[in-house]
Design a binder for this molecule. Structure first.
Ligand SMILES: NC(=O)c1ccc[n+]([C@@H]2O[C@H](COP(=O)([O-])OP(=O)(O)OC[C@H]3O[C@@H](n4cnc5c(N)ncnc54)[C@H](OP(=O)(O)O)[C@@H]3O)[C@@H](O)[C@H]2O)c1
Length: 255
């Protein structure tokens, strides 16, 4: 790769939120981006906005056959992937575990864990050959438990630990791996989590000054732009308005 060849990022979940903002940020800096997601109209709009530096790849990331077909169908100039941003993901439901839907749990595991490792496994040989980088979008939910976080938190704990494990295995290859662990950011995340309840989403963010998709895109871009000898292992970000609360104690009313 010479200094004039643009670098290529594969960004999953680029139809909304962090992924779409990251696609814009990387292309503005001269990168090429493979942008994935299920909503073809959103990908078409992004392609119209950002031009031929963007390659739209429309598929459900849980569909391994479709995922492999999308990689196989990459145009020649997008095949040299230098950066994999594993961003596609979701939380579903806010109820306590004993009231949660098993179908929601399985969707989160299939998307946040199984699809992420499948794509990573497929792209790793290219990343090793090119001394590339992986940025995994985890969450503070993978570090700090909270009521209703149950399986979502579990999937993100996996993402964080998988990232550290990759660092160990990729020792000496020059491939960098980072786990980015954001707190509250306003995207379509809460509308998805509440199965389409825009009012609940608006209420959650009202007056909270949450982080924006652009804040996280900037963090992803910063991590990817550091010199090759420097690896950010994990990066936790929160809005200033968000912090920590104490443990909860249930008191027996009979005692
Ligand atoms: N917002 C937050 O507060 C927050 C905090 C910490 C971590 N995160 C994490 O950040 C990542 C991005 O979230 P966001 O806040 O940007 O949410 P978002 O606005 O809802 O965007 C999620 C993206 O993931 C894609 N996606 C979801 N399921 C998919 C599937 N089955 N196949 C293909 N693509 C799929 C969506 O695309 P389609 O719907 O078009 O398929 C969309 O582009 C997620 O991993 C999330 O867990 C978010």
């Amino acid at each position: 790769m010479d200094a004039h060849t643009p670098r290529t990022a594969l960004i999953t979940g680029a139809t909304a939120g962090f992924g779409r903002a990251a696609a814009r940020r990387f292309i503005a800096a001269g990168w090429q981006v493979i942008a994935t997601g299920r909503r073809a109209d959103r990908l078409d709009a992004l392609r119209a906005e950002l031009g031929d530096a963007l390659h739209p790849a429309c598929f459900d990331i849980r569909d391994e056959t479709a995922l492999r077909a999308a990689l196989d169908a990459l145009p020649e100039r997008f095949r040299g992937i230098d950066l994999l941003v594993n961003n596609a993901g979701l939380a579903l439901g806010t109820k306590p575990a004993q009231e949660a839907l098993l179908s929601d749990w399985k969707t989160m595991i299939d998307t946040n864990v199984t699809a992420l490792v499948t794509l990573t496994h497929a792209v790793l040989p290219t990343l090793v050959a090119r001394k590339g980088a992986i940025v995994n979008i985890s969450s503070v939910a993978g570090v700090y438990p909270y009521p209703g976080g149950n399986t979502y938190g579990g999937t993100k704990a996996f993402v964080s630990q998988f990232s550290l494990g990759l660092r160990s295995d990729l020792h000496g290859t020059g491939v960098r791996v980072t786990s980015i662990e954001p707190g509250m950011a306003e995207t379509e995340f809460t509308v998805v989590r509440t199965h389409g309840d825009q009012a609940a989403s608006d209420k959650l963010y009202a007056g909270a000054h949450p982080m924006t998709a652009e804040d996280i895109a900037e963090a992803i871009f910063w991590v990817a732009s550091l010199p090759p000898h420097l690896n950010i292992n994990r990066l936790e970000l929160m809005p200033t308005s968000q912090s920590f609360a104490g443990f909860q104690v249930h008191r027996d009313p009979q005692a």
